[in-house]
Design a protein around this ligand. Structure first.
Ligand SMILES: NC(=O)c1ccc[n+]([C@@H]2O[C@H](COP(=O)([O-])OP(=O)(O)OC[C@H]3O[C@@H](n4cnc5c(N)ncnc54)[C@H](OP(=O)(O)O)[C@@H]3O)[C@@H](O)[C@H]2O)c1
Length: 251
């Protein structure tokens, strides 16, 4: 599939590590101008250096997506500087496992504020600017945990289930403006963050036991979905969540 990312202004939230960092590098390699957003600017600056070395283009923005004031400021800054926002990858997210009886208010607020509230208000700002330009692609990072129950992940599952429905509502509201809104729902994905767990053979065996294709997802798998969902080949696809789970949720 040919990349149409060349010169596109792409905002990636949660770009400082894990999937966000990996996907940002792939986007820059494909010619996109990548806005790297997260709280940890040391990690973002390191990533920018790596992208620079490969002759890619990236810019760093400190952004805590749980703050609507910060979201509004950063998206305005990007729009004022570049004149448009073509693609938003709503990737920032976190998840802790607690039995439902042990979840406290702070756990609930932190996960909901980042995974759901932050994703909504980033979409709102990007959406306003995309409407002005009559074009946009928004991709929301969901999870298989937004489709099926995962034990001890009540809040995470609820937040990702919310993301899936929000994806549909925003797709509906903005379809007439040339904007598509879709989600990606991966299974366990190998990143620097998950490596410690997934490199443990016992842990990995437990995970693979649930994945019929017999392997975990990779950054490349996620990026392939992004390539499709931002390409002209997916112009009729909006409001959907593409499940990249090797079959976890079909059982
Ligand atoms: N890895 C998996 O197996 C997997 C599977 C399914 C879905 N997902 C989803 O994929 C996304 C990325 O996951 P990951 O595994 O790459 O996670 P990760 O390695 O823990 O990275 C999370 C990213 O989110 C950012 N973040 C957290 N809180 C933030 C905040 N308040 N404001 C802005 N950024 C914030 C972090 O940056 P700072 O700390 O610098 O702010 C970091 O860049 C998440 O939405 C996750 O739910 C992951």
């Amino acid at each position: 599939m040919q990349s149409n990312l060349d010169g596109k202004i792409v905002v990636v939230t949660g770009a400082s590590k894990g999937i966000g960092a990996g996907v940002s590098k792939e986007l820059a390699n494909a010619g996109a101008i990548v806005m790297l957003c997260a709280r940890n600017t040391d990690q973002l600056n390191e990533l920018k250096k790596e992208i620079d070395k490969e002759n890619g283009v990236a810019h760093v923005f400190q952004l805590d997506v749980s703050s609507v004031i910060q979201i509004n400021k950063v998206f305005k800054q990007i729009y004022d500087q570049f004149g448009r926002i073509d693609i938003l990858i709503n990737n920032a997210g976190l998840g802790y496992n607690h039995a439902a009886t042990d979840v406290n208010e702070a756990d609930w607020d932190e996960m909901m504020n980042v995974n759901l509230k932050g994703l909504f208000f980033c979409s709102q700002q990007a959406g306003k600017y995309m409407i002005k330009n009559g074009y946009g692609r928004i991709i929301n990072m969901s999870s298989q945990a937004g489709l099926v129950a995962i034990k001890d992940h009540a809040v995470y599952c609820a937040s990702k289930g919310g993301v899936n429905l929000l994806t549909k509502v925003l797709a509906l509201e903005w379809a007439e403006n040339g904007i598509t809104v879709n989600g990606i729902a991966p299974t366990f994905t190998y990143t620097t963050g998950t490596a410690e767990r997934l490199d443990n053979p016992e842990y990995l065996a437990g995970v693979l036991n649930r994945i019929p294709v017999g392997k975990v997802a990779t950054i490349k798998d996620i990026f392939s979905a992004i390539l499709y969902l931002t390409s002209e080949h997916s112009g009729m696809v909006t409001g959907s969540t593409l499940v990249i789970d090797g079959g976890w949720t079909i059982q």
